[in-house]
Design a protein around this ligand. Structure first.
Ligand SMILES: Cc1cc2nc3c(=O)[nH]c(=O)nc-3n(C[C@H](O)[C@H](O)[C@H](O)COP(=O)(O)O)c2cc1C
Length: 319
């Protein structure tokens, strides 16, 4: 597989990042990805319950990551999270090497993180935001198309149109995210001008991920049309189709206010219910449209090896 400048930037062997995933990007998952030569990201919410202290939990996860891998790993911090200032302080005091920020303005914390010697990657969903993140000093941008699981950009650009335009517009490395789960996707992303990929949904359906078995099995059973974007008024989010998704779509078409919708979803509490507790009737599962291509729960090592081993054959098939 091609070694790219993303590999040099992050000190990794293969240009594959396991994306941050609210509640379920646990340290064992991240360490397994890093040990397989990619970059694992830990979400500070993984393993948290209502009574946990999120700073103590994050510090514990960082310590555990260092016991599970000697390779680089990173922390994902969605910037709109409550207590974000303290989370930023914690990654700095713990001397984390890499932070991936998302869902917010990179102007707020990039300089502080960079001064502490941390590499910063920021998730963007348009050319304008990629250019702005580059100006704010990020080391790389993650261009995420709206095929992706979880929160999405407002303009609903697909990975296929977003990545080449971002690659033409910025000088920093570009990581393609959204709709990638095998070697074909990785080759396509690099052909579009990306320096690497970030995958989320594929890594949920792995043995190392702490997602509930019901959620993993729902991804394996899903077809190409089993996800939907909900919450366009409050922040578009791609989730598995289920009664919660139906209710959200109904609320939207009935003109529910943003407050009513936020009250119904809670601050990610329905995603915790679906993804961690496995209640996919009352909870929701953030999930990418590529779920239809994921046919089994595998170990991280098998997922990574599958991509690495098939990469050259895919490239050869194009000649
Ligand atoms: C269950 C789930 C939760 C996610 N939560 C987050 C998150 O907390 N922060 C973030 O930056 N991205 C989040 N994402 C997006 C992923 O990091 C990644 O960019 C995305 O999954 C890539 O698209 P794919 O699902 O098609 O692989 C989430 C994705 C999934 C599937």
């Amino acid at each position: 597989m091609n070694r790219t400048r993303l590999c040099d930037l992050l000190g990794i062997q293969f240009p594959i990042i396991q994306g941050g995933m609210v509640w379920i990007a646990n340290v064992e998952l991240a360490a397994a990805v890093s040990n397989a030569g990619g970059l694992g990201l830990i979400s500070h919410t993984a393993g948290l319950d209502k009574s946990s202290d999120q700073i103590a939990s994050l510090k514990q996860q960082i310590k555990k990551a260092r016991s599970l891998t000697s390779k680089p790993f990173g922390i994902n911090l969605p910037l709109q999270m409550p207590g974000i200032e303290d989370l930023i302080d914690a990654v700095i005091s713990e001397k984390v090497g890499i932070v991936v920020t998302a869902a917010g303005n990179p102007a707020t914390f990039t300089a502080q993180l960079k001064e502490a010697g941390i590499k910063v990657l920021h998730v963007v969903a348009s050319v304008k935001h990629a250019q702005s993140a580059e100006k704010k000093g990020v080391d790389a941008v993650i261009a995420e198309g709206y095929e992706a699981g979880g929160h999405n950009g407002l303009d609903e650009l697909t990975t296929f149109v977003l990545v080449p335009q971002v690659a033409d517009a910025v000088k920093v490395p570009v990581v393609a995210a959204g709709g990638i789960a095998d070697a074909r996707g990785v080759v396509a992303a690099l052909a579009l001008g990306a320096d690497g990929v970030q995958m989320g949904t594929r890594f949920v359906a792995t043995t190392e991920c702490i997602a509930h078995q019901n959620f993993k099995e729902a991804i394996v059973k899903a077809s190409d049309t089993d996800t939907v974007i909900t919450g366009r008024r409050i922040g578009p989010t791609r989730i598995l189709k289920n009664p919660v998704a139906e209710k959200l779509l109904e609320m939207e078409s009935a003109g529910a206010s943003a407050e009513e919708m936020v009250a119904f979803i809670g601050l990610e509490s329905r995603s915790r219910l679906g993804q961690v507790e496995g209640d996919l009737i009352n909870g929701q599962g953030h999930c990418g449209a590529i779920a239809g291509m994921i046919k089994e729960i595998q170990s991280v090592s098998d997922v990574m090896q599958g991509i690495i081993q098939n990469y050259d054959a895919v490239v050869r098939s194009l000649k």
